[in-house]
Design a protein around this ligand. Structure first.
Ligand code: NAG
Ligand code: NAG
Length: 397
């Protein structure tokens, strides 16, 4: 199944209506997810026939961690892309984080955040404190002058937090022994059992029409049950079905989107997806007794976030000269790499999914500018003897 780079079922895991999170207007969970969905849309445009898995919330989370350190245009670009309010998104993000990870979810959602900083890197206290308060973000110091050792440590943390699903996120060559200052990491692990499980004896090899036009034999799970199903239409009039598969805790569902017409490529439907579209499906849902056949599958993907985020207007943080993280540290830093790895495993019992997202921050390789643009004094000195050969004052060069 891993090889079905052409397997194009599009599954979306959403979190439904917990008090206070889904209110009027997009919630903070939705605002962040919309940006993540747009990243996904960018990525699938360049990989139309591959399996792609991405955690929209993971993308929003890593930006949310950097946000308290950002200033000026760097900050504005992130706020605009996320549609966060200018002032104090942190209370909302804190509530979101609490709700997502609440013990009341019977399905397991584990979200962990950490910042690994270079020993001795002077981070602003308020930046560290805000991240700790809002996202229970751990802070650890590391020695990046040993890139392999530092990468191993970060990967071990990711491996622990994703319960072995993402064994490695960072390669040593992404770290610079002299300039890496901070690696921010978000990890999300989800484990949900289907509310209505599939019987393994009903899983049979059946044909699946791959996105490339070939037919593949894949293990198809099957069950006869009552499901919420709706028929929706894109603005261009293309019809698609939405099927909801709830997990046993009843707060999380997988939604499967399937174009109704076999000839409609998935790529015609994906651009139309947003959290508002997803909300609109809930109104169209009807409970119907059907025999549902869906493949058992495992898929994973690695996504470099710089190009998609830049296309969505987040550019300055990646620029050595424009990045403004003055509330993170007095030493100028910029994001040299942002990436996410995600994996999903769907079988008869339920779903396990994990994502790890990181932003690696580097100090400037060229020193900060010092501009002599005012009257100045010069001395010409013979150093071995200390002899001043000339001295001058320049008021107007
Ligand atoms: C990973 O988990 C193991 C076992 O709980 C623990 O000993 C280790 O310190 C953890 N590693 C990191 C980097 O947190
Ligand atoms: C269908 O959706 C409604 C409304 O969200 C929900 O109450 C019900 O439990 C769902 N039923 C199934 C079978 O998923």
């Amino acid at each position: 199944m891993k090889h079905l780079s052409l397997f194009c079922l599009y599954a979306l895991v959403t979190l439904y209506g917990h008090t206070g999170v889904l209110s009027q207007g997009p919630s903070y969970g939705e605002r962040g997810s919309d940006l993540g969905i747009q990243v996904f849309q960018q990525v699938v445009r360049s990989r139309p026939l591959e399996n792609v898995v991405l955690s929209p919330h993971g993308v929003a989370s890593i930006l949310g961690m950097l946000l308290p350190g950002a200033h000026g245009v760097t900050r504005k670009q992130v706020l605009n892309a996320l549609r966060y309010k200018k002032k104090g998104p942190y209370n909302m993000l804190k509530r979101l984080h609490k709700t997502l990870t609440a013990k009341s979810n019977q399905d397991l959602v584990l979200i962990a955040n950490a910042m690994f900083s270079q020993e001795g890197f002077p981070m602003e206290e308020a930046f560290v404190a805000t991240n700790k308060a809002n996202f229970q973000c751990e802070s650890r110091s590391l020695d990046f002058s040993n890139p392999q050792g530092a990468a191993d440590e970060i990967n071990e943390w990711v491996n622990n937090k994703t319960k072995g699903h993402i064994p490695s996120l960072i390669k040593a060559d992404m770290l610079d022994s002299a300039l890496t200052r901070l690696v921010a990491v978000n990890s999300i692990y989800f484990k949900g059992l289907w509310k209505s499980r599939f019987q393994p004896e009903n899983t049979k090899m059946r044909p699946f029409n791959g996105g490339d036009g070939n037919v593949y034999k894949v293990p198809m799970m099957s069950q006869l049950s009552v499901f919420n199903i709706s028929m929706a239409t894109t603005p261009q009039g293309l019809k698609y079905k939405v099927i909801e598969l709830p997990y046993h805790g009843n707060t999380i569902s997988m939604l499967i989107v399937l174009p109704s017409d076999e000839d409609t490529p998935l790529s015609r439907v994906i651009p139309h997806i947003s959290t508002a579209t997803v909300q609109s499906w809930t109104k169209l849902m009807h409970m119907r007794k059907v025999r549902l056949l869906i493949p058992k599958f495992t898929a994973d993907a690695e996504v470099d976030l710089e190009a998609p985020l830049s296309a969505l207007g987040i550019t300055d943080m990646f620029s050595q000269n424009k990045a403004d993280f003055r509330h993170l540290s007095a030493e100028p830093v910029h994001v040299s790499k942002a990436l996410q790895k995600a994996k999903v495993v769907v079988n008869e019992d339920g779903t396990k999914a994990a994502a790890a997202t990181t932003a690696i921050l580097l100090a400037r390789s060229s020193p900060p500018w010092v501009t002599v643009d005012r009257p100045f004094l010069f001395l010409i000195r013979h150093n071995p003897t200390g002899t001043i050969l000339f001295i001058g004052q320049i008021n107007q060069p």
